[in-house]
Every structure is written in C-alpha cells, then in structure tokens.
Design a protein around this ligand. Structure first.
Ligand code: NAD
Length: 327
C-alpha cells in the first residue's frame, strides 16, 4: 500500500479525508499549519497530525503527497515533496506562474515520480460521454461551444480570505478558469488564442480553438444556481449536447438532443470525480502508467488561463496561447 500524506486540511482536504481516503486506506499523515485542522482530519482517518511536511517525514514513512493548499503555495509544496522522493497529486490550478509549472513538470520528469493534477472534468463520466459523442459525430460537425460556472461562493470556501480578489492566488480566473478551460479542451481540443473581459470575481472568456471553432466561458461567484446546471453546451450541425453537473446529488450526466430523439447518459455527483482522481493517481503510482491528468496537462490549462489574465491586463484583445511560452 502507498503511504499518503495529505497536505492542507482545509475545506477540500477535509472533504477528501472524509469521503475518499476511509475507503481507500493509506492516509498516514494529516498536515496543516493550523493544528486543529490537522487534528480534525487525523481523527476522521486514523492518520497522524503534523504542522509541516518536513516534520511528518521525520516521523512517518511517506511515499506520496496529496496537496490541497491555497494556489500560491502549490509550487512550494509540490517541489518539496518531489525533492523528498514522493509522488504528488496537486489540486488545480496546477501553479500560478508558468515558471513554477515548468519547474514542477521538470522535477517530476527528472525524478521519475508521478505528478498528477486533481482536475475533475477529464475524470467525469458526463464529460467522457460528451467527448465520445463529439468525436463520433453524434451531433454532426461542431459549430460552437460554451461553458458556464455561475454560483455563489461562501461558507468554508471563503473563510481564510485568499480566494477572492486580485491577490497571489489569482481570483476566479485561476480558481474556476482552469476548470472551465479543462472542460472546453476536453470537448473542443487545443486552444489557440483567448480574450477576456471582467474582473477578479466575474470573467467572460472567448476562446479560439485550434480547430477554428469559437468557445465562450462565463465565470461568476455571485449567482445562485440550480443543483444540476448545464455547465457546457456543444452546438453541432446535427444536434446539441449539454454536460450537466450536479454538486449536491446524482443528477449529473450528458444530455444529447438530435432530431431523432434525446438521451441522458450517466448519473453522477461532481464529488464522485474526487474519488476517481485519487484512485487514478494511486493506480499510476503502483502500475507505472500515466495518470489521466499528468502535470503537463495542468500546465496546458494554466497556459490558457495566464494568456487570459494577460488579455484582461491589456484591455481585452486576443492573446495567442503560444505567446505565453517564454513568460
Ligand atoms: N477540484 C475542486 O472541486 C476543488 C474545490 C475546492 C477547492 N479546490 C482546491 O483545493 C485547494 C485548497 O482549497 P480549499 O478551499 O480547501 O482552501 P482552504 O483555505 O479551506 O484550505 C487550505 C488549507 O491549507 C493550509 N495550508 C496553508 N499552507 C500550508 C502548508 N504549507 N502546508 C500545509 N497546509 C497548509 C491552510 O491552513 C488551510 O487549512 C485549492 O487549490 C483549491 O483550488 C478544488
């Protein structure tokens, strides 16, 4: 069994500790500078609580590190873990700068350790069904694509104050933008250029796909929404499909409409994908296979989002994604 340390026992760390690790086993250390949070996760899982990864490594054998800390700390923790010879699963956004993201990918390549990104969409059945339908021509030629993530953020998600605004963690563009870019890339392929309008807590993106298709993404943290939202729609010459995402119950799925009829594939809860991501990472470690979302895929999502950030700074013009390569 792989001995895992959970680094970051805040809102997301607590969810995976409560819903994922009890069934999988293997969680040996719960790490957070806030001792009460580390202790709470330790109590849920039987892991030992620590206030730093360095201290935990002195006392427990650790093979792999699951990183759930604020965005601007991802790179520091990931590089420390890889440097210590541990496999890593890191939350989205992969990093907050391209230099950090590249350093993380290089460190994993040079060490031969598994570096996976906890990006949900490529793991979700609804997205996989939608991608298959698009690729097999079920809705004809793809004409346009849109994605929306509109919800009201509050409660535990904002209690430490780093998520909102223009601080080092990157606001909604890095927090939800990387998710939406991943979703759009799953359905429409690579992104060539992007323009952005809005601000720290509401952003609208226009994405020029390499295929020539235009995609739009709208992100806001200020809107109440129904549980099962159409988070993406693909409009085709022969029909359309919606990716429904349910954060509360099992109403997620892929809803396909063609002149011949409709079908709703799958029934899932968004949080099912958190279990799938950890299982995939542990499987990649034990079998030597590549995870579904390796570091370089997280880096690709980041590259698009940082091009969008540059567009926002420069007044909303299109920025070629490749032009961010040297930055
Ligand atoms: N994929 C998803 O659906 C999803 C949902 C929510 C959050 N997230 C991601 O999870 C990560 C954490 O978000 P959150 O909402 O849980 O934040 P949070 O603020 O609730 O928790 C972060 C925790 O990290 C701890 N921490 C800070 N520095 C640390 C360090 N050096 N070592 C160990 N712990 C440290 C903090 O004390 C805090 O308890 C972010 O990357 C976020 O984007 C992903």
């Amino acid at each position: 069994m792989t001995n895992v340390a959970l680094v970051g026992c805040g809102a997301m760390g607590e969810i995976v500790a409560r819903t994922v690790y009890p069934a999988l086993g293997g969680l040996v250390a719960a790490i957070d500078p806030d001792p009460a949070r580390a202790a709470a996760v330790a109590e849920l899982t039987g892991a030992r609580p620590f206030t730093s990864l360095a201290r935990a490594r002195q006392e427990v054998g650790i093979d792999a590190v699951d990183v759930r800390v604020p965005h601007h700390l991802h790179a520091t923790v990931v590089l420390e873990a890889l440097g210590a010879g541990c496999h890593v699963l890191v939350e989205k956004p992969f990093a907050t700068t391209l230099a950090d993201g590249r350093a993380m990918v290089t460190a994993a390549e040079e060490s031969g350790l598994v570096l996976a990104v906890a990006e949900n969409y490529p793991h979700m059945q609804a997205v996989r069904d939608a991608r298959t339908a698009v690729r097999t021509g079920v809705i004809g030629e793809v004409l346009a694509l849109r994605s929306t993530r509109a919800y009201q953020v509050g409660g535990v998600w904002v209690r430490d104050g780093w998520r909102h605004g223009t601080g080092p963690s990157g606001g909604i563009l890095l927090d939800q933008g990387t998710h939406q870019v991943s979703l759009v890339r799953c359905l429409g392929g690579p992104v060539r250029a992007v323009s952005a309008a809005g601000g720290a807590d509401m952003v609208s993106l226009t994405l020029m796909m390499a295929s020539g298709v235009v995609a739009q993404s709208l992100l806001t943290w200020s809107s109440p929404g129904p549980a099962d939202q159409a988070e993406a729609t693909v409009i085709g010459s022969g029909g359309r499909l919606d990716v429904l995402v349910d954060y509360d119950a099992d109403g997620g799925g892929c809803d396909i409409w063609t002149p011949g009829g409709t079908s709703l594939l799958g029934k899932e809860n968004y949080y099912d994908s958190h279990r799938l991501m950890v299982e995939d990472w542990l499987q990649a470690i034990s079998s030597g296979t590549e995870p579904v979302v390796p570091g370089n895929e997280g880096l690709e999502d980041l590259r698009v989002v940082l091009a969008a950030a540059r567009s926002l700074d420069e007044g909303g013009g299109f920025v070629e994604v490749a032009s961010t390569e040297g930055s």
